[in-house]
Write a new protein. Structure first.
Length: 170
């Protein structure tokens, strides 16, 4: 998997749109920014120090990886999530609102819960939310990312350098 991702990062320097056209991973397996549909009253859990507890959007491992994780001890033997922190699986009818997450960790929110893509995009701009590291994005860039559902962390553009996936994928 690492070799595959490295290949795409290197290739993106010459042809960045290649990633969006042929990205081999599921959307919830990318590192970057991810929009999650949540209930209006969702409060992301925090630990005893009041820091967000990272949550995967969905269970990230297949059967072979579960067997390996159990064998090697990096997964707990307690199905269905084997010790992984995972977002609640609400019914679709309850997922009425939007929240932007960073997915460089398993996933922590970078915004409050908002009632529409437009309100979320406006909040992200007004609060200089991180599109990647210290990089921010415009309203149009955030809105396009929200409507697509995700953005990779960053790409290198010849002549421009490192840009966030939110900026690049508009």
């Amino acid at each position: 998997m690492t070799v595959c991702i490295l290949y795409y990062i290197i290739f993106a320097v010459c042809n960045p749109k290649f990633i969006l056209e042929r990205w081999p991973l599921e959307e919830n397996q990318t590192m970057g920014r991810d929009v999650r549909r949540v209930p209006a009253n969702w409060e992301h859990p925090k630990n005893e120090k009041r820091n967000f507890i990272p949550l995967h959007d969905s269970f990230p491992y297949n059967e072979e990886e579960i067997e390996q994780g159990l064998r090697e001890g990096w997964l707990e033997d307690n199905p269905p999530h084997y010790g992984c922190n995972v977002m609640p699986d609400w019914p679709e009818v309850e997922r009425t609102h939007y929240q932007m997450y960073e997915t460089t960790t398993e996933g922590t929110p970078i915004s409050p819960v908002m009632e529409s893509p437009e309100v979320l995009a406006r909040w992200l701009v007004d609060n200089n939310a991180s599109a990647c590291g210290e990089m921010t994005a415009t309203y149009e860039q955030w809105l396009a990312t929200i409507k697509r559902g995700w953005a990779i962390s960053a790409v290198i553009i010849p002549g421009k350098g490192l840009v966030s996936g939110v900026e690049w994928s508009l």
